[in-house]
Design a protein around this ligand. Structure first.
Ligand code: NI
Length: 184
């Protein structure tokens, strides 16, 4: 259809607003995607655009206010990480091994970084941007990014990975950062 082609040209992709904690949508599990249609493909394009604009390496759809199970990852901006660009729809962990600790950041918690322990290696099952089933093994930094985004899709944020006083300290620090940001 000509109209839709024009529409696609006009709105090729756009930077969307990133939702920040404690927004409710970040605390709820996302829905699985039945069909990878034009709208989902558009969503993926916007997610990349938004992630690059914010200089992130991973983004989950609910972070731009869309409660669907899709994430984008691009670890190439990080110097010592592999050039890996991924779209993962309805992702699941098939198996995991090892442990790794890393100081993570999150676009939904501007300014905050916390050390989180995750699996060092994960085998992942998902659909790609064409709706085809895929399986991939991730290790090290890409595995960390994937697990961080998978948590988002389940309504879990990185502070939820902390326990007791560590969690309280991180949330206090974040509240202070929010206050400072509001003051400008
Ligand atoms: Ni995040």
């Amino acid at each position: 259809m000509i109209l839709s082609a024009v529409w696609d040209k006009l709105f090729d992709s756009m930077v969307r607003k990133i939702v920040t904690y404690p927004a409710e949508i970040l605390k709820r599990p996302t829905d699985r995607i039945d069909v990878v249609d034009r709208e989902v493909k558009q969503l993926v394009r916007d997610m990349f655009e938004t992630m690059y604009d914010a200089e992130g390496v991973g983004l989950a759809a609910n972070q731009i206010g869309v409660p669907l199970s899709v994430m984008v990852i691009d670890t190439s901006p990080k110097e010592d990480a592999p050039d890996l660009k991924l779209v993962l729809i309805n992702p699941e962990i098939v198996s995991s091994e090892g442990k790794i600790k890393y100081k993570e950041g999150c676009l939904s918690f501007p300014g905050l970084s916390v050390e989180v322990e995750r699996a060092r290696k994960v085998k992942v099952k998902a659909l790609n941007e064409h709706g085809e089933e895929m399986e991939i093994e991730l290790e090290g930094f890409p595995a960390i990014v994937f697990q961080h985004e998978l948590d988002h899709l389940k309504g879990i944020t990185f502070v939820d990975r902390l326990k007791g006083w560590r969690r309280r300290i991180a949330l206090d620090k974040y509240r202070k950062l929010l206050k400072e940001a509001q003051k400008g």
